[in-house]
Design a protein around this ligand. Structure first.
Ligand SMILES: [Zn+2]
Length: 274
């Protein structure tokens, strides 16, 4: 058997792309409650187009279908609890059916991507210009929870401006708790909802903590300790920073055997503010 010399290079199978991503983000490193890995797809089918997105929602599935994607890689799980059927009478069922209709697989890398050495918090730290960053809570093999690193000394106000400029724009914007003139040099970050790290951050040698979904009471109690300032950013925007990073890693690994694209849809739930 020979292949045409000027034909396209043979692309990987879905199974090979899944193995590649699972090598970087092993499913067994996900939290016990999490649901990661291949949600939909036939492993021996060829993959030529891969779309990356934060949320597996219907508009993203439509985007994948319109582009002709063979695989949609997302951060958040479509299903987190047991399901006993996937009729297209629910939003999640419709999303799954749309992907299935066009032969597009679905892969989730969630907490296994959060704690990877080159994972979500690392991508957020890089986007915010942190240097010499390391895990906030170190685990095995360079993995960990959150990141802590340094920025050239600035003020909290200027740092918040830099955060706003570094992240994709959302209606939420960037909320700050602290004195705008306060010096900032050491920065902790955690992609996603990071209030479970507040006690740890309060005791850490950092000037500011950047995370998402902070609530009134935990934030107020944290500030009463006169510790670091808080910067609350859109959950979607923070985790979006991982998409160009994982896309670049896939491009480097698979070259031009695949086309890759980061979703342009803003799936942050908030539409506007008054
Ligand atoms: Zn998240």
């Amino acid at each position: 058997m020979t292949t045409a010399p000027d034909g396209p290079a043979p692309g990987p199978t879905l199974g090979e792309v899944v193995d590649l991503l699972h090598g970087w983000f092993p499913p067994d490193t996900a939290d016990e409650w999490d649901a990661v890995g291949l949600v939909l797809g036939v492993p021996d089918r060829p993959v030529r187009r891969i779309l990356f997105a934060v949320d597996p929602v219907l508009p993203v599935a439509e985007e994948a279908a319109a582009w002709g994607a063979d695989l949609l890689v997302v951060h958040h799980p479509l299903f987190l609890r047991a399901v006993h059927g996937v009729p297209a009478t629910t939003p999640k069922g419709r999303t799954l059916h749309r992907l299935s209709e066009v032969g597009c697989g679905l892969l989730t890398a969630h907490t296994n991507a959060d704690r990877a050495a080159d994972g979500v918090s690392t991508a957020l730290a890089a986007a915010l210009g942190l240097t010499d960053d390391e895990p906030l809570v170190a685990e095995d093999d360079g993995r960990g929870i959150g990141r802590v690193g340094s920025v050239p000394e600035t003020t909290l106000g200027a740092f918040a401006d830099a955060v706003a400029a570094a992240l994709p724009e959302t209606a939420q914007g960037v909320r700050v708790a602290g004195d705008a003139s306060r010096p900032v040099r050491r920065v902790a970050v955690a992609g996603g909802a990071g209030d479970f790290l507040l006690d740890l951050v309060a005791a850490a040698d950092v000037d500011v903590y950047v995370t998402s979904d902070l609530r009134h009471h935990p934030a107020l109690e944290f500030l009463e300790k006169d510790g670091p300032a808080l910067v609350d950013v859109s959950h979607w925007a923070a985790e979006w920073t991982w998409l160009p990073a994982v896309r670049a890693a896939v491009d480097a690994a698979l070259g031009d055997t695949v086309e890759t694209r980061v979703s342009t849809l803003v799936t942050d739930p908030w539409s506007f503010r008054r």
